[in-house]
Design a binder for this molecule. Structure first.
Ligand SMILES: Nc1ncnc2c1ncn2[C@@H]1O[C@H](COP(=O)(O)OP(=O)(O)OP(=O)(O)O)[C@@H](O)[C@H]1O
Ligand SMILES: N[C@@H](CCO)C(=O)O
Length: 323
């Protein structure tokens, strides 16, 4: 369920009236997503604006001071031909406005569906698109620090505490030590750009083998491009039983390198950064697991899934870029 705030028909029509997109025809709450309230909105269109939009009301976990970065990055990337939604600007030129005390943005609707079992060809496509995003974002003038960097992961696991982590799984407390090791990594030699850092399949829209949309940029930040590649690798290249899918892994890295070859420093740090990437999701999932009551409507994501992927990169990560 992801409509936390009720907006009546008049509220929605008034809000849409602030934009040059024609008048409201339809608005339907979107069930997917857990962080924000989202509606699919249809309008009569105006001046080439298109007629379908996503209206997002930012509910939690988002600092409004970051909105110019998130929404400005979308516009920057869209202008360079990356498959990301453009943001609609209201008649005052603003990309977001306040509604019912919350920030709201109207974003271009993009076609496509999120793959549930990506094929190697789809993995290759997303690798190439991610590299294109990194190149296109290099001259984006704003920056944002990564609030979920390796030090943050270690701090989150530390705050959970070994005893609480053990209630989720006896193998979880060991991840705290591994997170401290990741936090001490020196990533300063790695080339940086603006990065998505949460490019799971559910944040990608595809039609067949083509990527039609990258969405949910609310963890985007300035940082090592390698981290973004390893997050995407860890999120796309394991099956439902958590076994590594080498066909997807090879295709994703090939696709990425077809657009931006990795530097020797990136190749050398691939396994360590992939392990840190896994720990970021171990940490956020463990924190959510402990914070979410058993009977909550929100589905909790299992931290051990990424602890097992950490183990995979620990055992095999160095070999993935060999040859
Ligand atoms: N620009 C877009 N074009 C088409 N569909 C979109 C677009 N943005 C979002 N959606 C749809 O809305 C759903 C919810 O969006 P999103 O995943 O961003 O939700 P959220 O609550 O903001 O994030 P989270 O996934 O972190 O809970 C997506 O699964 C997708 O179906
Ligand atoms: N994509 C993340 C949730 C957002 O950080 C996960 O699967 O844990």
């Amino acid at each position: 369920m992801a409509v936390y705030t009720h907006l009546g028909a008049e509220d929605l029509a008034r809000l849409i009236g602030e934009y040059d997109v024609g008048s409201l025809v339809m608005a339907k709450g979107i069930a997917e997503g857990v962080s924000n309230s989202n509606w699919l909105v249809e309008t009569t269109g105006s001046g080439g604006s298109g007629t379908r939009f996503i209206l997002t009301l930012y509910e939690r976990r988002i600092d409004y001071a970051d909105l110019p970065y998130f929404l400005g990055l979308l516009d920057h990337l869209a202008a360079k031909g990356c498959p990301v939604p453009r943001t609609m600007h209201d008649r005052d030129g603003a990309s977001w406005r306040m509604v019912e005390g919350k920030a709201a943005a109207l974003i271009e609707f993009l076609p496509g569906v999120s793959p549930t079992r990506p094929t190697p060809t789809q993995a290759r496509s997303i690798g190439a698109v991610l590299a294109g995003l990194h190149l296109a974002a290099a001259d984006f003038p704003q920056t944002r620090a990564n609030a979920m960097d390796f030090a943050a992961s270690a701090a989150i696991l530390d705050a959970c505490g070994a005893a609480a982590l053990e209630t989720i799984d006896p193998a979880l407390p060991a991840m705290l030590d591994h997170a401290r090791v990741a936090a001490a990594l020196d990533l300063s030699a790695l080339p940086q750009s603006q990065t998505h850092t949460d490019l799971f399949p559910d944040n990608v829209l595809m039609l067949g083998e083509d990527v039609t949309g990258l969405i949910d940029f609310y963890f985007a930040c300035t940082g090592p491009m390698l981290l973004d590649l390893t997050v995407t690798h860890a999120a796309w290249c394991f099956d439902a039983a958590n076994a590594y899918r080498a066909d997807c892994g090879v295709a994703l890295i090939d696709g990425y390198q077809s657009v931006r070859p990795l530097t020797p420093e990136e190749r050398a740090l691939f396994a360590d950064v992939a392990k840190g990437a896994c720990l970021r999701f171990v940490a956020s999932r463990a924190e959510d697991w402990l914070d979410t009551p058993d009977d909550a409507l929100v589905t909790r994501k299992y931290p051990m899934q990424f602890a097992q992927r950490w183990q995979f990169y620990h055992d095999h990560g160095a070999a993935l870029l060999a040859g």
